[in-house]
Design a protein around this ligand. Structure first.
Ligand SMILES: [Zn+2]
Length: 296
């Protein structure tokens, strides 16, 4: 999982709040709610739209503590219309899901760092947005910025589905950074030297939260379908020993100012710094293997 709480996300959150505050308050469905719920929404609207994931779970608890349980179903269905993700995604005139997607500008799914989440409006290619806290159980968080995770269809609709994840047990892309908590490794298949499997480096204990994430999104299974990425790195090592970047660097025309990080990107197709991992697929996988091979 890649942490996506970067500078663009922080800006995107402010735009999200400024645009949706008015939109929610204009909703005709607010009139169907009793006064005490209306009061709660008005008093907590900014937080409902922009609070961090932990605060969102607290707000949700607070909401259900004031809501009379006998009317839960009725009020939940109205709340779902007030914080309507469906309308937000369909809206063509005002601030909508496309805008959010462009503002966040994450190119690869933060859950898997494998599939694209690029928004190509003209061709109607857009990322899914996963409700980290599912709308079915958390209707009041339907439009919360930190509850809308740009993700690929596989992660959203095949692996995570409507599972209500608890922040204590699963990492959240806006809250946790698990990059340093584990490392990918590889091994040759026992039966064939020409087949390698991507595995986890077990030298250091991996936190249970990370293990749960890797299992839920079937990271090793899906990554192993791309093991050719690792073959190429091993081949580079065999051809150039561990001096590949050094050789590239020394052969670079001196008039060109190419930094070591740029050279790394040009050579391996991924960014060096973890805050840029969301811009290219398999960024962590490749960096871990390059380190293991002593190429970098
Ligand atoms: Zn994904």
């Amino acid at each position: 999982m890649i942490n996506i709480n970067n500078r663009s996300a922080k800006k995107a959150k402010i735009i999200h709040l400024n645009n949706l505050r008015a939109k929610v308050l204009k909703s005709k469905h607010l009139n169907s709610l009793p006064n005490y719920i209306l009061k709660f929404i008005k008093a907590n609207l900014d937080e409902l739209l922009s609070a961090n994931p932990l605060e969102l779970t607290e707000l949700n608890k607070k909401y259900y503590s004031i809501q009379k349980s006998s009317n839960k179903r009725k009020y939940d269905s109205i709340i779902k219309k007030v914080f309507s993700y469906k309308n937000f995604s369909k809206d063509k005139k005002e601030y909508n899901l496309n805008d959010l997607s462009n503002n966040i500008s994450i190119k690869y799914c933060p859950y898997c760092n494998r599939q694209s989440t690029i928004n190509v409006r003209a061709n109607l290619i857009k990322p899914d947005f996963d409700h980290y806290f599912p709308q079915s159980r958390y209707p009041i968080l339907g439009l919360s910025f930190h509850n809308l995770i740009p993700s690929c269809t596989v992660c959203n609709s095949r692996f995570k589905l409507n599972k209500p994840l608890r922040l204590k047990f699963y990492p959240h892309p806006y809250m946790d950074n698990i990059i340093e908590d584990f490392n990918f490794s590889y091994k040759y298949d026992i039966n064939s030297k020409n087949t390698i499997s991507i595995i986890l480096n077990k030298n250091n204990p991996i936190p249970p939260k990370v293990i749960r994430h890797l299992k839920l999104f079937k990271i090793l299974e899906t990554y192993n379908a791309h093991n050719d990425e690792i073959f190429d790195l091993i081949k580079l090592k065999q051809i150039y020993s561990d001096r590949y970047l050094h050789i590239l660097s020394s052969q670079t025309y001196t008039g060109l100012k190419v930094s070591q990080k740029e050279l790394y990107r040009l050579a391996f197709g991924v960014f060096y710094d973890s805050e840029d991992f969301g811009s290219r697929p398999f960024s962590k996988l490749k960096k871990d293997i390059l380190e293991e091979l002593n190429i970098i």
